[in-house]
Write a protein that binds this ligand. Structure first.
Ligand SMILES: *Cc1c(COP(=O)(O)O)cnc(C)c1O
Length: 459
């Protein structure tokens, strides 16, 4: 049996080869599901295969069966890579195998969460007194924030939703944008609000919630109200006018939640922070770390202006759980009980980048998107559909049947392999959607990407 040392070093060697070659490989997956099953779907061994054999088999399947989302020219969804220090810190988290539920199970994770929460609030322009929970992603962050909102607005109406549920509760008005991310609706569904019993406020041509329409909607409702706004539309990157929205929700006494999965981090940019002006006037904010902070999956963060409501919404004490009177018990701010120390890679990423380096990462990605849009706009066959305000670009092929031409172009681009980006539909129009969110992308990668897109665009 190999020692820990031999096995971990062997694994590190595999990981190093993977990461050293990722910049030049075909960006999409190179194996089909059948290929992967042929390599991996062995009958469960009776007495167990050797550690070396299993790790080698996984590394070999992963070389072709992964998508190079960690590479320099992956522009699908909003994904981000992982900066080296975050990957390394994540290995430590696995080696430690800490249960980050309560302080007594892992003092280091409790303290790292506290420190990291402080840094994140500082970078996001949120008050230091806000509560913070480290969850799996922005879906879980939206869920946690809206559970806190549910507690808070019903508590104000004299209803204990944690004890009594929603049976017979006062009506809660939930107001979203027609452009709210689907994970908002999924969170509302999980919380018993119903994904469809929501008022959807119209958005403008860039996907920003219209403040005048929100004011009109709220004028017609009374009682407990939750409003969901967005910092960074998943297609266009556009920001709802948060400051204006906060004035309207404050006047109405409504809870304001902001989904800032990636857009929140423009707060750290020297040149684009104005886009999230007013964010500190929200009641809750949800975001991701695995997208733009460039840490490994799975990592999201929720912030609330109401720590007592946050705790109340998430916790039920059990007699055998030993809570700390003085120190942070991480489980109080998240739906999970036992969990990994997912703040540790964020700590490593932020400490190695520093405030300046993190702001530069955000700005660099936005500048790449601007450069890419300019290259594509310069070609008469293509049209850029959105105002490129941050890191998102939507491109469409012009012509007699632009939808078909665009979809065919997206398919050829994915096959060609220089980069990977997905198709989307924006305002009923097919488009290629590019999101620049990886720390390692260079100007040269943007130029290679533009050339690849132009090459697969037919005359
Ligand atoms: C990605 C995203 C989410 C969901 O985040 P996950 O990390 O996938 O859970 C929610 N809202 C917006 C705007 C997003 O871009």
């Amino acid at each position: 049996m190999p020692t820990h040392a031999d096995l971990l070093k062997r694994t590190a060697d595999h990981a190093i080869v993977y990461l050293d070659t990722i910049g030049e490989r075909h960006v999409g997956a190179m194996s089909s599901a059948d290929d992967l099953r042929r390599q991996l779907a062995v009958p469960l061994p009776d007495s167990g295969d050797s550690e070396d054999a299993v790790i080698d088999a996984l590394a070999s399947a992963g070389a072709r069966g992964t998508v190079a989302t960690q590479g320099r020219r992956y522009f699908g969804f909003v994904v981000g890579g992982s900066v080296p220090a975050a990957t390394a810190a994540d290995w430590l988290v696995s080696a430690w195998d800490q249960n980050a539920g309560v302080f007594v199970l892992s003092p280091i994770v409790s303290v790292v969460e506290d420190v990291t929460a402080g840094w994140l609030k500082d970078l996001a322009g949120l008050p230091a007194g806000w509560s913070t929970g480290f969850v799996t992603g922005c879906q879980a962050a939206n869920f946690t924030a809206l559970a806190t909102a549910r507690h808070h607005v019903l508590n104000q109406a004299g209803w204990d939703v944690e004890a009594s549920g929603l049976y017979g509760a006062p009506w809660v008005h939930v107001v979203c944008s027609e452009e709210s991310h689907y994970t908002i609706f999924n969170a509302l569904k999980l919380l018993g609000f119903g994904a469809d019993r929501v008022t959807r406020v119209p958005a403008d041509e860039q996907g920003r919630m219209r403040a005048d329409e929100l004011a009109r909607t709220l004028a017609a409702v009374t009682g407990p109200t939750i409003v969901c706004a967005q910092a960074g539309n998943v297609n266009t990157g556009a920001f709802d006018p948060i400051d204006e929205i906060a004035t309207i929700t404050a006047a109405h006494g409504a809870w304001l939640h902001v989904d800032g999965a990636f857009g929140l981090w423009t707060a750290a940019s020297p040149t684009r922070a104005h886009l999230v002006a007013g964010i500190a006037r929200a009641d809750s904010v949800a975001t991701d770390a695995h997208k733009w902070i460039n840490v490994p999956y799975d990592s999201g963060v929720v912030f609330t202006a109401h720590p007592a409501s946050h705790r109340r919404a998430m916790t039920l004490s059990a007699a055998y759980i030993i809570e700390s009177a003085k120190e942070r018990d991480p489980h109080e701010f998240v739906p999970e009980e036992s969990r990994r120390g997912r703040a540790v890679p964020i700590y490593a990423a932020l400490r190695t980048m520093g405030r300046k380096g993190f702001g530069e990462l955000i700005d660099r990605c936005c500048n790449h998107a601007t450069r890419l849009a300019a290259r594509l706009r310069a070609d008469a066959r293509l049209e850029v559909l959105n105002d490129v305000v941050i890191n998102q670009v939507l491109v469409r092929v012009r012509g007699t049947d632009p939808d078909a031409a665009t979809r065919a172009m997206v398919e050829r681009l994915q096959q060609e392999g220089t980069c990977w980006a997905s198709g989307t539909t924006w305002k009923g129009m097919a488009a290629l959607r590019l999101s620049v969110s990886n720390y390692s992308t260079t100007d040269a990668d943007i130029d290679r990407t533009a050339e690849a897109i132009l090459k697969v665009t037919t005359p």
